[in-house]
Design a protein. Structure first.
Ligand code: PEP
Ligand code: MG
Length: 763
């Protein structure tokens, strides 16, 4: 039997080599082997890792430690993970493997090239997709010793607590899971973007290239309006070019991060690509399409005069849309389901039903995720899919909030999607109307980049509408910050930090019990900083933690969360923080560090406050932890009727601002569970009782000169916003997708009110 190699260069790898090089390694290899200019890379194979385990004698001791670990016991899990990782890190890498890595690295390029070292895990018969994000990637690695060390660190990351936990939950035997490591040249693109080898809607041989200055995330995330070039592959010429004003670019900072910086004026309207570059990119698109035999969605980058192809994957929508062509309508089939249109956009694709965490590995790019209700564990899968459909939930449920932030079309609260639909069914969902149709749409379920290009930012920037009412935006995920900023919003009227915290997969209590507060603080600090950086000089109201106990249940440490009969009415918001000073202090430490770093645009907002005493208590605690409370903005959410009724006392207690959390205010005023689709028809934002509470509270805030805002979902409804402005609200915070229509509504309402006043005076 021939011995398996320790090292493979990309060119020698094909898509069938997953067991040897993992999913990531195999797809890069396939691209390189057909002549696409993939950044130079080699893979330290899974067999090298196995040899390491065998030759160091680790195999038995390591798997003995892993056998019978109770993954639900977070202390035990952490201990075992730490011990196993230390075993891997402390063992001496066999000389032959080490030398081969150093030799391969030496031949990659001159002068200690800077590389990324990425894990590419694989289980039997399974690409690494299901383990995505569980193992580490190390960027900006340079030098022999650092590369060897990073490879060993990737190996050790196979035994991170989270990775062990997920494998156990998904039913994988640790012994069958392998890890390969990709060592790849790091590209710091001067310009980059995405392209479709063929037209994403009609399938014609028109290559559509979008790009902007800096790193590709700017285009993919929609934070800039990119240049667009259309190349006709039949005529072999550039058929159309639209040069847009590119105000921002994303550039790397430090070891891991990126930042959004302004593009100098003289480069903003400069075309990023010459005709020759368009032609060269289109040629690579054609190679890729011919090789895979299906139109491709490709990420590209250019440094100097060198083009790189970073990723190529099928455009799943073309085949479907051409099939549906000629029907002329929005969609081809019967209405299958109706629910709430929670995140706008149309998406088509095959259904994948997710019952629990075990199913997440099956979710592929372009699928339509169908589930009872999403939870934080599903966010990585939600990033991949073309659309989301749930049985449960209303406009303010987890699925609705996260899909709006990700810009993914979603229909929630269909009551029976998981029963009516089956894996593989092709469906189309309309996230505006809240309808799910049979079959694929004739209007394209545009791939993410096309949707992103349609993000409102550019149009707004080109023709700013000035409103006296501040139009702010709601943000929950750091990755949505750039898209949110691109809307030109006047600030962030609600940053929900619980989504960042739920994404850490460990409860705050876990960090406290493990003495790992610093880890929590650093992670939250970094997440919030991304949002603050995206809104320089504009107010960002960060809300302290507000997650009901049931949302913590699946996280590490979740087993210690109390079981409540009614978590919505239970231990959440400021109530919990006031009774859990350690948890509150960890959050305040984050804000304190940000204020100390000069982020004086950060304001703090307390959720679920019911009495002014709670505000005063929170303020006193914060002052006791060394914050100059008179120098910072401290405000409240008005989301319990008691806080609306007592608003004058709150003003007297010194709040800097108040913001209506109508999602809760409606449920608590009307006794309608906001997440229960059985009563959703009775969930009425414009119920006279709700309007009365809001109108009276606005009037009091105005009297005291306190800024009064709204950040609940009703703030994204133009009719409601018209009413709020007529009744004196000073600012409105809406969802990213709603900003253009809300800004327009505000402008019209304000003008009409001025006109009415003038007419009245003249009458
Ligand atoms: C609200 O209650 O309106 C609100 C914005 O907070 P959340 O939706 O996070 O409860
Ligand atoms: Mg609320």
């Amino acid at each position: 039997m021939t011995e398996m190699p320790n090292i493979l260069w990309l060119e020698a790898i094909s898509k069938d080599d997953i067991p040897l090089v993992g999913g990531k390694g195999a797809s890069l290899g396939e691209m390189a082997s057909v002549g696409l200019p993939v950044p130079k890379a080699f893979v330290v194979t899974a067999q090298a890792f196995r040899k390491f385990l065998v030759q160091t004698g680790l195999e038995d001791s390591l798997f003995d430690l892993l056998t019978d670990v109770d993954v639900e016991n977070s202390e035990e899990l952490e201990d075992v993970s730490r011990n196993v990782k230390n075993l891997v890190l402390d063992a001496k890498m066999p000389d032959d493997i080490k030398e081969e890595i150093i030799q391969a690295y030496g031949t990659m390029g001159p002068d200690n090239m800077v590389v990324a070292v990425r894990s590419s895990a694989t289980a039997e018969d399974l690409p690494d997709a299901s383990f995505a994000g569980q193992q580490e990637t190390y960027l900006n690695i340079r030098g022999d010793a650092a590369v060897v060390e990073a490879v060993q660190m990737c190996w050790a990351s196979l035994y991170g607590a989270r990775a062990i936990y997920y494998r156990a939950k998904q039913g994988f035997d640790d012994r069958t899971v392998n890890i390969a490591v990709v060592v790849q040249q790091l590209i710091r693109s001067e310009k980059s973007g995405v392209m479709f080898s063929s037209h994403p809607v009609t399938g014609e041989p028109l290559t559509i290239i979008e790009g902007s200055w800096g790193l590709g995330e700017a285009v993919v995330s929609g934070s800039v309006s990119p240049d667009k070039y259309v190349y006709d592959r039949r005529l072999k010429k550039v058929f159309d070019r639209m040069i847009s004003k590119k105000e921002y670019m994303i550039v790397p900072i430090g070891d891991h991060g990126t930042e959004l910086v302004e593009i100098p004026n003289d480069r903003q309207e400069e075309p990023i690509l010459s005709d020759a570059e368009v032609e060269a990119l289109a040629a690579f698109a054609e190679i890729s399409e011919e090789h895979y035999n299906v139109p491709q969605d490709i990420e590209w980058a250019i440094v100097g005069s060198t083009i790189y192809i970073l990723q190529s994957r099928p455009i799943t929508t073309i085949g479907m849309s051409t099939k549906a062509k000629g029907t002329g309508g929005q969609s081809t089939g019967a209405v299958l389901l109706e629910g709430n249109g929670a995140s706008p956009g149309v998406a088509s694709g095959p259904v994948i039903i997710v019952h629990d965490i075990k199913d997440l590995g099956k979710v592929k790019e372009g699928d339509i995720l169908v589930t009872k209700m999403t939870n934080p564990d599903m966010v990585p899968a939600m990033r991949k899919v073309a659309g989301i459909v749930t049985d449960e939930g209303g406009m303010t449920c987890h699925a609705a909030i996260v899909s709006r932030e990700l810009g993914t079309p979603a229909v929630v609260g269909t009551k029976k999607a998981t029963k009516t639909l089956k894996d593989g069914d092709i469906i189309t969902l309309d996230g505006e109307k809240g309808i799910v149709y049979e079959g694929a749409a004739s209007v394209a379920a545009a791939p993410a980049a096309v949707m992103a290009a349609a993000v409102p930012g550019a149009a707004i920037a080109a023709a700013p509408i000035i409103t006296a009412t501040s139009i702010k935006v709601n943000v929950s995920l750091a990755e949505a910050a750039a898209r949110a900023a691109a809307t030109g919003a006047d600030g962030v009227g609600l940053l929900r930090i619980e989504h960042m915290i739920l994404g850490m997969n460990k409860t705050p209590g876990w960090y406290i019990s493990q003495n790992k507060e610093e880890e929590f603080i650093t992670e939250l600090y970094n997440g919030i900083k991304v949002v603050l950086d995206a809104f320089p000089g504009k107010p960002v109201w960060v809300r302290t933690l507000d997650a009901p106990t049931d949302e913590f249940r699946n996280m590490l440490g979740g087993e210690s969360e109390p079981i409540e009969h009614n978590p919505m009415l239970g231990w959440r918001g400021i109530r919990r923080d006031l009774q859990s000073p350690d948890q509150f202090r960890m959050q305040i430490e984050v804000f304190k560090r940000l204020w100390d770093r000069g982020y004086d645009n950060l304001g703090l907002m307390f959720p679920l406050v019911g009495h002014p005493d709670e505000f005063l208590k929170a303020k006193a605690l914060i002052a006791g932890w060394g914050v100059d409370v008179d120098a910072v903005e401290l405000g409240i959410m008005v989301e319990i009727p008691s806080s609306a009724i007592l608003i004058e006392d709150f003003c007297k207690a010194g709040i800097s601002f108040a913001s209506f959390g109508t999602n809760d205010l409606i449920q608590y005023t009307l006794a309608i569970d906001r997440n229960n689709e059985l009563v959703s028809s009775m969930y009425r934002p414009k119920h006279p009782a709700v309007l009365k509470l809001i109108r009276d509270a606005i009037a009091v805030c105005r009297q005291y000169g306190v800024e009064c805002s709204i950040c609940g979902q009703a703030g994204s409804d133009p009719k409601m916003v018209e009413w709020l402005i007529e009744n004196g609200i000073t600012s409105v915070s809406a969802n990213i997708d709603a900003i253009p229509k809300i800004r327009e509504t505000a402008a019209r309402t304000e003008k009409r009110m001025i006109l009415d006043a003038v007419r009245l005076k003249n009458a």
